[in-house]
Design a protein around this ligand. Structure first.
Ligand SMILES: C[S@@+](CC[C@H](N)C(=O)[O-])C[C@H]1O[C@@H](n2cnc3c(N)ncnc32)[C@H](O)[C@@H]1O
Length: 245
């Protein structure tokens, strides 16, 4: 399944959930606060900007934000909130596309580096972040820690969330370091809706090596946007990489 088939008009129209889930103030505000701080008064670039979940409130804080995004329907949705002058967006692949100008901060959140399905593409994504940054600039990546410890031997699938009307399940291909996320949404009767997305999962140590290949050093790693300590039990991390200079 290709990314442009996943991030189609139907997905773009149902992506925003104002006030709840990833759009809840408790999820969004700490991220926007931290990114504004890391931008340090300079320009920011969001890889895979989507519908502007993070970029719109960050721009409202006064940070000049640009974006790169592969899906036209997701950009169209963003355009209902901010025009090209407020948040310029380049349609293209975050591993290769070039946004005009130089930035103090590039960020890639919500596990989206895993949407690039090969190690080479993920390394290219780091190199592309470096190309956009001024000396001393930062690249921030928010990413889940692979849940392989929870996968019993001989079993491929892991239910990571279930509630009334919804089951979220990942199926793992440990040989190729990939998983497919399945989202099952059930109605009242027999009907159900399935959406799926493929990912290449990455261990923090491999991510750090990708960063080094692109010239970055790891400046900090926390378990969340508020700066909680990253431990062996952490389910995800916010990693800040920095160029020398
Ligand atoms: C989970 S959404 C995240 C959107 C936004 N960053 C947010 O936090 O809400 C993933 C986004 O990544 C985009 N995407 C996937 N692969 C991409 C690529 N190679 N280059 C640019 N965008 C990509 C999708 O079109 C989609 O908008």
């Amino acid at each position: 399944m290709r990314q442009d088939e996943i991030w189609d008009t139907e997905t773009a129209l149902s992506y925003d959930t104002p006030g709840v889930g990833m759009f809840a103030p408790e999820a969004l505000e700490p991220a926007v606060d931290r990114l504004a701080e890391l931008a340090g008064g300079g320009r920011a670039l969001e890889f895979a900007i989507g519908t502007g979940r993070v970029a719109v409130p960050l721009a409202e804080r006064g940070v000049p934000v640009s974006g790169i995004e592969l899906s036209r329907p997701m950009i169209d949705r963003l355009r209902t909130k901010a025009d090209e002058e407020a948040i310029p967006v380049v349609l293209g692949d975050m591993a290769t596309a070039r946004a005009p100008g130089e930035f103090r901060l590039v960020y890639l959140v919500y596990n989206t580096i895993s949407n690039l399905l090969g190690q080479d593409e993920q390394v290219e994504c780091f190199r592309n972040a470096a190309r956009h940054l001024a000396p001393g600039g930062r690249f921030v990546v928010e990413l889940g820690v692979p849940e392989l410890q929870k996968l019993p031997p001989g079993q491929q699938a892991l239910v990571w969330h279930s509630e009334d009307g919804y089951v979220g399940m990942d199926t793992y291909d440990v040989l190729h370091q990939r998983l497919v996320s399945h989202h099952f949404r059930f109605g009242e009767g027999r009907e159900a809706r399935l959406s799926r997305s493929p990912h290449r999962y990455i261990w923090p140590a491999e991510l750090d090596l990708m960063a080094r290949l692109a010239g970055f050093g790891l400046e900090s790693r926390h378990a969340d946007w508020r700066g909680a300590e990253f431990t062996a039990e952490s389910g995800s991390h916010v990693s800040v990489y920095r160029l020398p200079g």
